[in-house]
Ligand binder design. Structure first.
Ligand code: UD1
Ligand code: CA
Length: 463
């Protein structure tokens, strides 16, 4: 049976108090709508997304998710025009659904992000079913009324519900699998004579249930919570965080305090890796096996190979950290950094577009930008590559087993050969050949007893 997904995403999201369309608000760095599209059941090949508020922004975001390979199905935006309710949103899709020869529709809400793929797949196995949840405090969700045999009898919006109906704890998750032909008929009969003056999809589902048996599937509330406010967003974030972290624990990753760790649903972690408190792993990071992610570190678009150690409070972006390398504490690795296995980057070292060869070390207080550093080379404390002359960026190339003394500056473009030594405090402005020694210092002057004489001179009178 041909099932087409319809995702409702046209609402303004007034309660979010935002300029941004509600469905683009993020949970663990990914938009609510991306979570929904990512979890579509495998059999579904076509998805309509009902848009209106911020439609260009929403359509643009969906296009780029598909380009980046984050979603399998290329969603088709359908402009609802002025959003007049969830039922009106479905009416806006009617012609497209007819043209696509849809037999069933799987209706999802762009603001209900955490429904699992397995749950949606199970729902889609029914001819006609809705997803509900049982809440101790059912709040403003629509209430589910069931027949004696459990089948759906009706759906009542909170604002239209009687006291007795409001006492019902089983609420509508806003996710439905329904046959298109009878739903189409039910949508034609919709009226907006209700508390909100809207065309409710729930009324159409209730009408359909009079002729077609509709099953009520109950899912865990953590899967059906909607994002209608900033506090909902924070609650969803906590649910997603716990779910992602628990998944990695089951895969062999240790967390010292998982409640403080935020890992993107796109990131991958290897077994025997230990994650300390307050770590954030953004986007599509890949962390190998047996790594340590030290407290307070933030990784974005990073690859960390097996056994590497990221000590506390590092910022790592667009970087590859080779196997067994040690980084930090307090290091900042920026885009285009590539550390070969066994590299050591110490505290207060910043790198950008820097390739460091196997076993190279820069342990203290350096800036290494637009640079290539050969294997086993040692960069002393306070070494700076002067890569920018105020107009353009230039490259510094340092060979293997070289030694760059502390507090030296390498004024790019410049090359230091294999095995060369740059003495401490040197400003390197010319290329240094292999095995050469470069130094640029003014001669030191030492005056015997000079310090004592200075003190004598500065002593206050009368002492
Ligand atoms: C809806 C359900 C409610 C259910 C809840 C579950 C209706 C009438 N009510 O209420 O029974 O408990 O979801 O989360 O369906 N949208 C459009 N076009 C519109 C209106 C809304 O695309 O004209 C989209 C919104 O952007 C949102 C989704 O539909 O993504 C749900 O709309 P929302 O206004 O959030 O409905 P709820 O009040 O949450
Ligand atoms: Ca909602």
């Amino acid at each position: 049976m041909k099932t087409v997904a319809v995702i409702l995403a046209a609402g303004l999201g007034t309660r979010m108090k935002s300029r941004k369309p509600k469905v683009l608000h993020e949970i663990l760095g990914d938009s609510s709508l991306l979570w929904v599209l990512r979890n579509l059941p495998d059999g579904i090949e076509k998805a309509l997304v009902v848009v209106h508020h911020g439609k260009a922004e929403v359509a643009g975001a969906m296009f780029s998710w598909h380009e980046e390979g984050l979603i399998r199905v290329q969603p088709q935006p359908v402009d609802q025009g002025q959003p007049l309710g969830t039922g009106h949103a479905l009416q806006a899709c009617a012609q497209t659904l007819d043209r696509l020869e849809a037999e069933r529709v799987l209706i999802l809400s762009g603001d209900v992000p955490l429904t699992r793929k397995a749950t949606l797949t199970a729902l889609a196995a029914h001819d006609a079913a809705i997803l509900a949840m049982d809440l101790d405090r059912p709040g403003a969700y629509g209430r589910v009324v069931q027949q004696a045999d459990g089948r759906l009898a009706g759906l009542v919006e909170f604002k239209d519900a009687s006291e007795t109906q409001r006492a019902i704890r089983r609420v509508n998750g806003g996710i439905y699998a329904l046959p298109w032909a009878p739903l189409r008929i039910a949508l034609e009969g919709l009226k907006n004579d209700n508390a909100q003056g809207e065309y409710y999809l729930t009324d159409a589902v209730a009408a359909l249930a009079q002729s077609v048996p509709v099953a009520v599937e109950v899912a865990d509330p953590s899967e059906l919570m909607g994002m209608n406010s900033r506090s909902d967003q924070a609650a969803l974030q906590a649910i997603a965080r716990d779910r992602v972290n628990l998944g990695w624990m089951e895969a062999g990753v240790s967390f010292l305090d998982p409640s403080t760790v935020l890992i993107s649903p796109r990131a991958k972690l290897g077994a025997d890796t230990v994650v300390e408190p307050l770590v954030r792993v953004d986007g599509s990071c890949v962390i190998g096996e047996g790594c340590l992610l030290g407290q307070g570190s933030i990784l974005t678009a990073a690859t960390v190979e097996n056994g590497a150690v990221v000590r506390p409070y590092c910022s790592v972006e667009g970087t590859r950290i080779g196997a067994g390398a040690v980084v930090g504490p307090f290091a900042r690795l920026r885009e285009g950094t590539e550390l070969a296995p066994g590299v050591h980057i110490g505290n207060f070292v910043e790198t950008k577009k820097a390739k460091l060869g196997r076993g190279a070390k820069a342990n203290h207080l350096s800036y290494i930008g637009d640079a290539e550093v050969g294997e086993e080379t040692n960069i002393g404390a306070g070494v700076i590559t002067c890569n920018y002359d105020g107009f353009a960026k230039h490259t510094t190339t340092i060979g293997k087993r070289a030694f760059i003394g502390s507090d030296s500056q390498l004024v790019a473009p410049v090359t230091v050969g294999d095995g060369a030594i740059v003495a401490a405090g040197t400003t390197v402005t010319q290329d240094v050949p292999s095995d050469a020694l470069a130094l640029s210092r003014s001669a030191q002057v030492t005056k015997e007893g000079g310090a004592a004489r200075q003190r004598e001179k500065r002593k206050p009178k009368g002492m």
